[in-house]
Each structure stands twice: as structure tokens, then as C-alpha cells.
Design a protein around this ligand. Structure first.
Ligand code: GDP
Ligand code: ZN
Length: 460
């Protein structure tokens, strides 16, 4: 595992823009020396006390005055010496403070570098670091509550619990393998099968909770497809309703014109409008379109909006044939598709789910008929219940790891049942443990850490 860098880093910790207070944070062995160089020579900083001081640049020019807090390592956020300079919240003066620190030998921190140091110094594990980022990015109260849970270690506890059980089981199985003459007895005495079964259930339960946490954080992504005039914009507006609250972006991407996030009873609903997916000479727009396609590939569902006055009953059985020219590629992505028969008021279709056709609903976007049924249907399709909460937040990478652990355990159970094969079971248990430990970062590839922390913002 990478060792923490030993240089001293600095960044503005508060949000960009103007505010009453702005905080510049230093972390590293020279944090105190750098901060002291900005203050009158007589100033000494008692640990964890607020001191009032002036801040000056190398030429002695006054930049600001405010509070200074010194947290000696290892009992600090990063585990290193940390100093916070709390000045006034103006972008220019905070930048001057950062520059003054850099002139004294600090280095501008990279995104997420404070959190990464905290992780590398064992001040928290990966799910807790991710919990911080999720808390800051939370777009709903339920998402924020779940993130606080992760921050406080609820997710880590659940995972560590599984690992603990897994280790006990592995000890037993490895011992059986070491005594081959008794191996069969060992493995068929029922204890291994019973413990393994318990572990499978416990893992499935954590996975289900993590899925809820992930839904609260990331919600579901819908692609809205269809011909011009089918009613896509009307449907978007109807779903958005009065809800102008823009929920968080998917981490690592920026907002663009093609995408909008609304809330569906507390679950973020990410909408991608295919109307914007035209060819464009504009570079910025091209970038937006490239990102939209990336998001589309990850989408949970395609809503194909058609003008119901133009469809024949025969076409309902082959909905993806109704995709307009130019959006046909959508049908090859393997994403579930729902047919939305719009303008039910004109065609006389009964609004709501069409019982004769799977995944087909009739609505009137303009008049609001059938929209409640559509909302209910969408929530059900991802297993979201209104008012849902989760004791911790989770990300896709957590879900994949838990799924991998679960499949390994189930595979191990089959090995045991079919062949009483100790070696093979042991291998599956090892795999499951590795997957689980990737969640908390006990086991981690360096590039995984880089990917996680680089999606944080600077100063975190
Ligand atoms: P888009 O091109 O797919 O985004 O379609 P629009 O949402 O812009 O709608 C096209 C036209 O159909 C507009 O004149 C809408 O007022 C009309 N429209 C949309 N939904 C309905 C509906 O449910 N009933 C009726 N009667 N008209 C609708
Ligand atoms: Zn439109």
C-alpha cells in the first residue's frame, strides 16, 4: 500500500464563492511552521485552541485576520499535523492565504488528498471517506442521513462483521484441509454448511441494505426516447412537477444540458433526454453528448414515448421496433424498455398499466392522467419504497463487491454440497473475503484509491 506523502499540503476547505467565513487547511509535517510564518513571531499555538491572529504574506503585507486552530497529529482529521486558518470568506483573500502558504513551502492539495491521507493514516476506512463525500453531495435528507451512517462506520461495521464470520469459517475449513484423513468428516459434520448458509444470508442482507443506500444516493437513471412531438418534453415537465430541487450529480460528471435530476419521493431520478443527442459541430456540446451516451449505457431503463394515436395494436408486441430511426442503437444496449403510450386523452386508452402488454403504460402527459401509475411503476422497477431510509450510503462499487462476495459464497456452498471439495470451498471463501475487504479498503489496488479520491473536490 502507498505510504502517505510527507510533504505539507494546503487548500481552501470551504465552498467556492463568498461567505462570512472561509477556511484554509494545512496538513503535513510543516503545517505549523508554514502557518506560523504568516503570523506575528510572538504567536505560539496551543493545540486545539482558537487563537486570534493577523495573517501576512512574505512581504509583511496584511492579508486578513481571523482564527487559527492547531491539531497536532496523530489526533487530527488526516492523522498529520493540521492547521486551519479561518479568515473571511472572500475568494481573492483566501487564494492569497493559500499562495502565502505555498511560498512558505506548502503544496496545493489535490482533490480528496486530505481524506486520502486520513485513510492512509488509518484515521478512517474507505467507506467512511466515501461517506464524507456522499454527505457533502447529498441531495435529499434521506441520502444525507444514510451518508452520516457511513461516516460513523455503520457500513464498515456491517462489512467487518461479515469478514469476521468468514475468517472463523476459513479457519475451520483450512484446518480440515490440513488433516486430509479427517477432511471428509470435518466438512460433512454440518457445521461448515450451516455456518456458510448463515454467512450467505447475512451477506444478502447487507447487500439489500446497501442497494437501498445506493438508490437513495444515486437513484435511477431513465433515458427518454421517442419521435419528435411524441410528448417527451411534456412528460419530463410532468414528472418534474413543482419539484425544481436539483439533486446531486453522479460523482465525477458535470451537469450538462441533456440531463436533469428530479426527485421521485426522495429518490433521485436522473433523466436523459435523447432529443439533445444530435450531431453537433460544437465541441462543448460534443463532450456533453459523449457523456450522455456514457450515462445511457449505465441507465436502468429506457422510457420510449410514443403518440398513442399513431400506434397499431400489433406494434405493441414489439415495442423496441417503435424506436425512431437514429435511436435504434438504444435497443442493442440490453437496457429494459418501457413503452409509454402518450396522449391517451386523444386515443381513448385507459390510463395506467396496460394489462395485456408487459411494461406498457398509457398516460396523458399534458393532462397528468396515468402519471401516478407511472411513478409507482418506476419505483417498483428498482425496488424503491416511499419514505425509504438506509442506515448507510453505498456506491456501485460496493454493490459489485458485495455481489461478488455473495456469488463466491454461493458457489462455495455448491462445491461443498456436490463434492465436499474442501480446497475449492477454501478458494471461494478467500475470494469472498477479498471482495469484502475491497469495500473497506483493507485490501485495495492503488488505482482504486486514485479513482475514489480523485472524484472528491479539492480541500476535502
Ligand atoms: P416532444 O417533441 O417529444 O418533446 O413533444 P412535446 O412534449 O413537445 O409535445 C408535442 C406536442 O404534443 C405539444 O403540442 C404538446 O402540447 C402535445 N402533447 C403532449 N402530450 C400530450 C397529451 O398527453 N395529450 C395531448 N392532447 N397533447 C399532448
Ligand atoms: Zn421536446
Amino acid at each position: 500500500m502507498t505510504q502517505p506523502d510527507t510533504d505539507t499540503i494546503v487548500a481552501i476547505a470551504t465552498a467556492p464563492g463568498r461567505g462570512g467565513v472561509g477556511i484554509v487547511r494545512l496538513s503535513g509535517p510543516r503545517a505549523l511552521a508554514v502557518a506560523s510564518a504568516l503570523m506575528p513571531a510572538s504567536r505560539t499555538l496551543a493545540p486545539r485552541h482558537a487563537h486570534f491572529s493577523s495573517f501576512r504574506d512574505a512581504e509583511g503585507q496584511l492579508i486578513d485576520e481571523g482564527l487559527v486552530l492547531y491539531f497536532p497529529g496523530p489526533k487530527s482529521f488526516t492523522g498529520e499535523d493540521v492547521v486551519e486558518l479561518q479568515g473571511h470568506g472572500g475568494p481573492v483573500l483566501l487564494d492569497q492565504l493559500v499562495q502565502a502558504c505555498i511560498r512558505q513551502g506548502a503544496r496545493q492539495a489535490r482533490p480528496g488528498e486530505f481524506s486520502m491521507r486520513a485513510f492512509l493514516n488509518d484515521r478512517m476506512d474507505l467507506t467512511q471517506a466515501e461517506g464524507i463525500a456522499d454527505l457533502i453531495d447529498a441531495g435529499t435528507v434521506a441520502a444525507a442521513r444514510a451518508a452520516v451512517g457511513s461516516l460513523r462506520g455503520a457500513f464498515s461495521d456491517a462489512v467487518n462483521n461479515l469478514v469476521e464470520q468468514l475468517i472463523q469459517l476459513r479457519i475451520y475449513v483450512e484446518a480440515a484441509i490440513d488433516f486430509p484423513e479427517e477432511e471428509i468428516d470435518f466438512l460433512s459434520d454440518g457445521k461448515v454448511a450451516g455456518d456458510l448458509n448463515d454467512l450467505i444470508h447475512a451477506t444478502a442482507e447487507v447487500l439489500a441494505t446497501a442497494r437501498r443506500g445506493s438508490l437513495l444516493r444515486e437513484g435511477m437513471t431513465l433515458v427518454i426516447a421517442g419521435r419528435p412531438n411524441a410528448g417527451k418534453s411534456s412528460l419530463l415537465n410532468a414528472l418534474a412537477g413543482n419539484d425544481v430541487a436539483i439533486v446531486t450529480d453522479i460523482a465525477g460528471t458535470t451537469r450538462d444540458v441533456l440531463r436533469e435530476t428530479i426527485q421521485l419521493d426522495g429518490m433521485p431520478l436522473n433523466l436523459i433526454d435523447t432529443a439533445g443527442l444530435r450531431e453537433s459541430p460544437d465541441v462543448v456540446e460534443q463532450e456533453g453528448i459523449r457523456r450522455a451516451w456514457q450515462a445511457i449505457e449505465q441507465a436502468d431503463r429506457i422510457l420510449l414515448v410514443v403518440d398513442s394515436t399513431t400506434v397499431t395494436p400489433a406494434q405493441l408486441d414489439q415495442p423496441d421496433q417503435l424506436l425512431p430511426e437514429g435511436q435504434r442503437t438504444l435497443s442493442s444496449l440490453g437496457i429494459p424498455l418501457t413503452l409509454v403510450l402518450n396522449k391517451a386523452d386523444l386515443s381513448g386508452l385507459p390510463p395506467g398499466i396496460q394489462t395485456n402488454h408487459p411494461d406498457t403504460l398509457a398516460i396523458s402527459a399534458a393532462h397528468g392522467n396515468g402519471l401516478d401509475a407511472l411513478r409507482e411503476y418506476l419505483k417498483q422497477s428498482v425496488g424503491f419504497h416511499s419514505g425509504e431510509s438506509s442506515p448507510f450510503s453505498a456506491r456501485r462499487r460496493h454493490l459489485s463487491a458485495l455481489e461478488l462476495a455473495l456469488t463466491s459464497l454461493q458457489h462455495g456452498a455448491r462445491q461443498l454440497g456436490d463434492h465436499a471439495a474442501g480446497e475449492l470451498l477454501a478458494e471461494d471463501l478467500r475470494g469472498a473475503q477479498r471482495a469484502l475487504e475491497e469495500i473497506t479498503g483493507v485490501f485495495s489496488a492503488d488505482d482504486l484509491l486514485g479513482r475514489i479520491f480523485s472524484s472528491f473536490c479539492i480541500g476535502k
